[in-house]
Design a protein around this ligand. Structure first.
Ligand SMILES: [Zn+2]
Length: 321
């Protein structure tokens, strides 16, 4: 499985990007693949090579618009002790994700590095049970539950605190007109939330793996349509992001993920199926007297529901959050 990770590189490559633009235009005109033909622009040869490969065979394009610094020669980059590096650009990117099998290509624009890597595919397990995951859209947590052993797990309790803390801080700074600091804090918050989302998704996949279980999620339509959930600038908790991470992490472990209908997962009683009363985070069933956390009840419901088929389901278009 090939995945492309999008990471902020935090460097100024404007000079190299300008040169790459010129090299790209030469490649379109002359169809050359030889770096000697573009030596005069002074672009490091690994990058010149990557740009030439990308554009010299392109017959449709008339002019290069937005160019990326492309390195696809394996000698041009390195992966060692958790760092992906491009020596000719003095670039080193810390790698927080799972170790990959091969590093295929690195592309850089003015802000981001797009790192394409391959993971070995694992055969899908035959699940002995199902873990339901309730991704709360407002409470900033995920709750997992497995009805086969009656256990439930709560993840991500730190996230609401993080969000509240930074929101208050940002408002105060905004009042005083410290806009640069506000932006910096936004970035810090998104980094913290992203790391937490990674930890949560990893924990859920590990949990499923250890119990030989598959994962069931609610089919939340809104999170795909609303730009609020999809935005890459999003700095707070996003159930969509958690879903995307669960999808690729479970695929790497061979754990199946299916979806269930989202209707009434928080209202129905997971023990007797009757409609209960939900007050905030508390769930009460008048019929069987079940009282407990509403999300735990929801997670049990999700695990017990029948999977539905999603015709437009795509996993390959995942972007690193
Ligand atoms: Zn009940």
């Amino acid at each position: 499985m090939i995945q492309t990770f999008k990471l902020k590189h935090g460097k100024d490559f404007s000079t190299q990007l300008r040169k790459a633009h010129q090299v790209g235009n030469v490649a379109l005109k002359t169809h050359t693949l030889s770096t000697a033909d573009v030596k005069q622009f002074g672009l490091p040869s690994y990058i010149a090579q990557g740009v030439l490969r990308k554009y010299s065979r392109n017959k449709k394009l008339k002019q290069v618009r937005s160019v990326k610094l492309t390195i696809n020669n394996p000698a041009g980059f390195r992966f060692e002790s958790g760092v992906v590096s491009v020596k000719c650009l003095s670039l080193a990117l810390p790698w927080y994700y799972r170790n990959f099998e091969t590093l295929n290509q690195i592309e850089l624009d003015s802000q981001y590095a797009y790192v394409s890597v391959s993971f070995p595919d694992k055969p899908q397990i035959v699940p002995q049970s199902w873990i339901g995951v309730d991704r709360n859209t407002t409470g900033h947590v995920a709750v997992a539950a497995n009805p086969s052993n009656g256990k439930a797990w709560v993840f991500g309790v730190r996230i609401p605190h993080v969000h509240q803390k930074y929101l208050a801080l940002r408002r105060e700074l905004q009042k005083k007109g410290h806009y640069k600091v506000v932006k910096k804090i936004k970035n810090r918050e998104s980094r913290i939330v992203r790391d937490l989302t990674h930890k949560i998704s990893r924990s859920i996949v590990e949990l499923a793996k250890s119990q030989n279980a598959g994962i069931k999620l609610e089919w939340l339509k809104g999170i795909r349509q609303s730009s609020r959930w999809r935005s890459s600038k999003l700095h707070s908790w996003s159930p969509y992001r958690l879903e995307q991470q669960l999808l690729y992490k479970s695929k790497m472990e061979g754990i199946p993920i299916t979806y269930v209908e989202a209707r009434n997962t928080s209202k129905d009683c997971s023990r007797c199926g009757c409609v209960g009363i939900r007050t905030g985070n508390l769930f009460e069933c008048q019929n069987c007297r079940r009282v407990g956390n509403a999300h735990v009840n929801g997670a049990f419901n999700i695990a017990q529901r029948r999977s539905i088929s999603i015709p437009t389901f795509k996993t390959q278009r995942w972007r690193a959050p």
